[in-house]
Design a protein around this ligand. Structure first.
Ligand code: ADP
Ligand code: MG
Length: 236
């Protein structure tokens, strides 16, 4: 089922007009793998939400994005689909180590993201894990090295970076900072700085935040390269 995927990028100034998929309304119209399409279909995801329409054309061609949209607008798929597609295009295997990291403020949100990741990734051959505290850190440490995609809370991730021998982030392709404003409100600014400092600079970063505070702008400056700014308001 592996079809070829067009990699042409939409124009930055006018994402709407330049390519057909920039105006895709359904997941089937996107230039993504059949594996991802089948996973989405199985989970009954058919039509893109507004933030997904805004973000996916840019994110799928590898750009950094800074996204804002209210709770419940579908931000999770807006970052999970590009993250999985990037590893698929790179022919990532379980032996290639950590390819993507998703940071989110709470365990509950991490579990919800992980559940959507299991749907998107259902037909792919990638491994994924949760690092959210509340479990035995030594047991986690034995498994983290084998994970291609990790969904984490910041404190627990930094603990593994500091303490787990062989925890290797050098092959990272994609970093997601979900609900960045809430992460910062919870006092994790220094933890985030330390995490980002440990990661390869050459990577795609997607940052989502409901509000644009000074600390979010500081984090964006530190973590994003030439980002696309995407905001979707009420009627989303
Ligand atoms: P956010 O992170 O913006 O608060 P989520 O990504 O958690 O929102 O999505 C909110 C809910 O909408 C979830 O239950 C999710 O499964 C559902 N959802 C997301 N995208 C779609 C879509 N394209 N079609 C149908 N349901 C969707
Ligand atoms: Mg969310």
């Amino acid at each position: 089922p592996r079809g070829s995927i067009p990699l042409t990028a939409p124009e930055r100034q006018d994402a709407g007009a330049s390519t057909s998929y920039a105006s895709a309304r359904t997941f089937d119209e996107l230039p993504i793998s059949q594996y991802t399409k089948d996973g989405l279909k199985k989970a009954k995801y058919i039509t893109l939400t507004a933030i997904q329409r805004a973000a996916l054309p840019h994110a799928l061609c590898g750009r950094d994005i800074l996204g804002a949209a209210k709770t419940g607008s579908g931000k999770t798929l807006a970052f999970l689909i590009p993250l999985v597609e990037k590893l698929y295009r790179l022919k990532w295997t379980k032996l290639d180590g950590m390819g993507a990291l998703v940071l989110t403020p709470t365990r509950e949100l991490a579990v919800q993201i992980f559940e959507q990741l299991q749907k998107v990734g259902h037909f792919h051959d990638l491994s994924a894990g949760l690092l959210i505290g509340g479990k035995n850190v030594k047991e986690e440490a034995l498994r983290v090295g084998a994970m291609n995609i990790l969904v984490c809370t910041p404190g627990r991730l930094l603990q593994h970076m500091d303490e787990t021998p062989g925890f290797d982030t050098s092959s990272l392709q994609t970093l997601v900072l979900d609900e960045a404003d809430r992460i910062l409100d919870m006092g994790f600014a220094a933890t985030l700085d330390a995490i980002v400092a440990n990661l390869p600079r050459q990577r795609q970063t997607m940052l989502f935040s409901a509000t644009q505070t000074k600390s979010v702008r500081d984090l964006a400056r530190l973590s994003l390269t030439d980002p696309e700014y995407l905001a979707v308001h009420a009627e989303a």
